[in-house]
Ligand binder design. Structure first.
Ligand SMILES: [Zn+2]
Length: 86
């Protein structure tokens, strides 16, 4: 549980550092929140042009606009790198 709260706190810190004053493309709002429950979205990528290539998975973190709920994504490895440096 503590880990979970720390993750969410770091997530919020990352958003405040990187996303502060960034306009939402849909409504122009400038406040963003991390998805509840530290949700991580896993995207499965399969090559369309080479059958024998293994399927790749990317972890993304959802960030949503506080006003209209539009969701944007942060590539989790980028967040993990930032987290290591802090
Ligand atoms: Zn919005």
């Amino acid at each position: 549980m503590a880990d979970d709260q720390e993750f969410l706190a770091d997530c919020t810190r990352f958003i405040n550092e990187k996303w502060k004053n960034k306009d939402c493309v849909r409504c122009g709002n400038q406040t963003w929140s991390a998805m509840p429950d530290s949700a991580v979205i896993v995207v499965c990528v399969q090559s369309m042009w080479r059958d024998n290539r293994p399927t790749t998975y990317y972890e993304m973190m959802g960030v949503y606009c506080d006003n209209c709920g539009a969701v944007e994504h942060i590539l989790k490895p980028v967040f993990d790198e930032w987290r290591k440096k802090k």
